[in-house]
Design a protein around this ligand. Structure first.
Ligand code: BG6
Ligand code: MG
Length: 215
């Protein structure tokens, strides 16, 4: 392919924030008197805050009013912000920096395409904002993954055609979004879940630009 841009999901690809989301959701579940397991947490990856809450309440068999839902989501987010406010650049996942530097050196543009409304805070905490030409986060989109909106907006802001872009994702919904947007995709994680990606890798450590160009 004629590779001109790479769009990265943030949570689970560049940083392991899934653990902080999990800690905050588990605390909320505890307050609501039910258990929330690491296994349950898998279903929340890549899913928006309100949709995650719906799944969590479904697991606990809890019904609440729309107003209470807003309050619960805000409470979870306050804890989450507390956790991520202590993040440091040490938490950048292995291989991310090397790949981003190599791409930029080659003149390939880089973007973040994240569902999170906290993406800006995280990028600031890990000092990585300047490695991305474009940041599209949960504050700038209306439709959640698997809708391709977040990635299409990223390619548009990079002034690139979707066919020249590769998406890096750890969530199934994200791979589906890339496919729907007409982009190549690299799944970061386990092949079982990410089988629809053009390539699946365990992390960003070994991937080369040549491999990407061959997709
Ligand atoms: C995604 C995460 O990137 O962002 C989800 O994978 C999370 O777990 C979603 O729910 C929304 O994040 P936030 O920070 O806006 O609550
Ligand atoms: Mg993710």
């Amino acid at each position: 392919m004629d590779l001109k841009g790479c769009i990265f999901d943030l949570d689970g690809v560049i940083v392991d924030t899934a653990k902080y989301h999990f800690m905050a959701w588990r605390r909320l579940a505890k307050e609501l008197s039910f258990e929330f397991t690491l296994e349950d947490n898998e279903a929340l990856k890549g899913v928006s805050r309100m949709a995650s809450l719906e799944i969590l309440l479904g697991i606990g068999g809890v019904t609440v009013s729309p107003r209470e839902k807003e309050e619960l989501a805000a409470r979870k987010n306050r804890w989450y912000i507390e956790f991520i406010s202590g993040m440091t650049p040490d938490e950048i996942l292995p291989g991310s920096m090397k790949l981003l530097s190599a791409l930029r050196k080659e003149g390939i543009r880089t973007a973040i395409g994240s569902a999170s409304k906290n993406a800006g805070t995280i990028l600031d905490r890990i000092h990585l904002r300047n490695m991305f030409d474009v940041v599209i986060d949960g504050n700038r989109i209306h439709k959640a993954k698997p809708d391709p909106e977040v990635f299409l907006k990223a390619s548009e802001e990079m002034s690139l055609s979707p066919s020249c872009c590769i998406v890096f994702e750890d969530a199934q919904a994200g791979i589906e979004a890339a496919i729907a947007g007409g982009m190549k995709s690299v799944g970061v994680g386990k092949p079982g879940l990410l089988g629809r990606a053009d390539l699946v890798i365990p992390d960003l450590r070994k991937i080369t630009i040549n491999q990407l160009r061959n997709l």
